[in-house]
Design a protein around this ligand. Sequence first.
Ligand SMILES: NC(=O)c1ccc[n+]([C@@H]2O[C@H](COP(=O)([O-])OP(=O)(O)OC[C@H]3O[C@@H](n4cnc5c(N)ncnc54)[C@H](O)[C@@H]3O)[C@@H](O)[C@H]2O)c1
Length: 676
Amino acid sequence: METAMNFQEQALFKESIQQGIPSVLPQAKPYPADANRAPKRKDILNSDEKQLALRNALRYFPKEWHQELAAEFAQELKDFGRIYMYRFKPSYHMKARSIADYPAKCQQAAAIMLMVENNLDPAVAQHPQELITYGGNGAVFQNWAQYLLSMKYLSEMESDQTLHLYSGHPMGLFPSSTEAPRVVVTNGMMIPNYSKPDDWEKFNALGVTQYGQMTAGSFMYIGPQGIVHGTTITVMNAFRKVLNKGESSKGKIFLTAGLGGMSGAQPKAGNIANCITVCAEVNANAATKRHQQGWVDELIDNMDELVARVKEAQAAEEVVSIAYIGNIVDVWERFFENEVFIHLGSDQTSLHNPWSGGYYPVDISYEESNRLIREEPEVFKVKVQETLRRHADAVNKHTARGTYFFDYGNAFLLEASRAGGDVMAENGIDFKYPSYVQDILGPMCFDYGFGPFRWVCASGKSEDLDKTDAIAASVLEKIMQESPEEIQQQMQDNITWIKDAKQNNLVVGSQARILYADAQGRMEIAKAFNDAINSGEIGPVVLGRDHHDVSGTDSPYRETSNIYDGSRFTADMAIHNVIGDSFRGATWVSIHNGGGVGWGEVTNGGFGMLLDGTADAERKLKSMLLFDVNNGIARRSWARNSEANFAIKREMARTPKLKVTLANLVDDDILNNLSL
Ligand SMILES: NC(=O)c1ccc[n+]([C@@H]2O[C@H](COP(=O)([O-])OP(=O)(O)OC[C@H]3O[C@@H](n4cnc5c(N)ncnc54)[C@H](O)[C@@H]3O)[C@@H](O)[C@H]2O)c1
């Protein structure tokens, strides 16, 4: 009975994909009661522009539907600030199926459909009805018509055609070649002078651009696993900066704040990094949710109790994560009074959004703060700025005692400085404290080529994922035996991660895995997967990576914040990366404006590559992965980063056809003696 149902559902699914925009106007549907709706967007268009937005939306549909749809879409624009075309959302279950279940003429197209559906799976996506995967605005498509048309094109595509997606809009299938990518994605690419936040609001409302974040609009999001691994690497390496060689992180405190979307990974990462994590969270619901999910061990809402519990954990050298329900500033201040030594301090409140709930002021209840945001926004702003000054003072007192503090890319230092907090360095230009990329991820990972490599088992089988975990672990163990001292620690961390990956139980949606690896690791793991596919041991595998990586992203205050030759405000690296990957064998490529740090603040790109066990796949993976990582190492080395210089010389020694321009270092004395 169940098989018959599945068969029927499967047939319906295929038919629906092949149809694209349905031939009969579907019934309007009520909005699902349990869905997490995207926030209402800014009402930014004037009435002429609203007409243009409707004209733009209606061009997807036959004329005879325009009367009915015009009124409905006008209502959507009024109610939500955008036209999502809810009526056209397909009724089949959105999820990553097995690659064999997609109606496709080529496997590469089927792999892309699988990844698109994974990004829209309600178990994975933040606002699935609005086609938003994460970050509040990270869109896969702007509307359901674009989804339907794109999936239809993918189902018709042959292996010598390429689909060009303009911010979600499928411009069409163009003849290309089997060597070309099957899909080229651009998201939010703007003429530079039109890349302010309100330009996104306007042109997105018109239906001509979208915010792809990093892995939302490139179909490469794999749920919270990616954040946990990245945060773990950061916390572990931060401890290494402050502890003596061989000293354990057990019984040492990592104090931070935020148990939201990304910040919720901190206690889990702290546990993996073997420390005591204290994470303050003002929203009791957010803290309780993370506790119920098992992402944080204990909940405490009383400060005396917190201090006593932390002292006990320090004495017993426990590995434990504690959520304190309350304001982070209270914790910094009280730990100072009670002489609780903090080894590592950071903050992941949402200070990129300080005035509407990203950061809550101290000494005011959560409910009262929310009232102020709505009713007295100017008072709220003053309270936030007072709190930021107190926050900075408390951090400074601890760092004077020896605490290592880093900014977690959430604009804490920027907003604290704007509020007049004491966070500037003596030169009045830099901050007193480094960002996590400047001090940790940049020099310790990206400059050596280590970054968030990932893969998805396209069979959908968890056994395949287990086998790939084992293959990846054995490849890395082999490489580590011959790795130089400089990267031994990173290799060991990644081997530990992959060996424990299954028991960390982080798979949501597709059968996916993240694993930080360098160029050699990525290439050898991919080759071993391809061999295993060829021998029938596992099914096809999709390779990819987060854009938050060595080469794919130019972002002056995050990924490229440890570039000090002035070029961090350029975006050449990200553009070269996407073009270079596209002709070296990527199955799809993407380049985006925007990402975690905001529209106009970052250019980021990525790729997807299907491994199908063929010799062609082997040739492509070697060529593309070598470039995908070493492009960024070369740029980092040219910027005089010593770790990258070491890594690129090593790569040139092993790859005779690689010839990279190396920087000569001038002696400071020569420059200091000039009168400039
Ligand atoms: N994890 C990462 O890898 C990473 C990387 C770069 C940047 N970030 C940045 O980290 C920030 C957090 O991201 P998110 O997705 O978790 O956001 P989020 O808004 O979901 O979570 C932030 C949490 O902080 C809490 N909070 C606010 N003010 C507080 C205060 N004074 N004391 C205690 N708790 C407070 C909020 O209630 C909220 O739950 C963002 O700015 C993001 O850009 C994260």
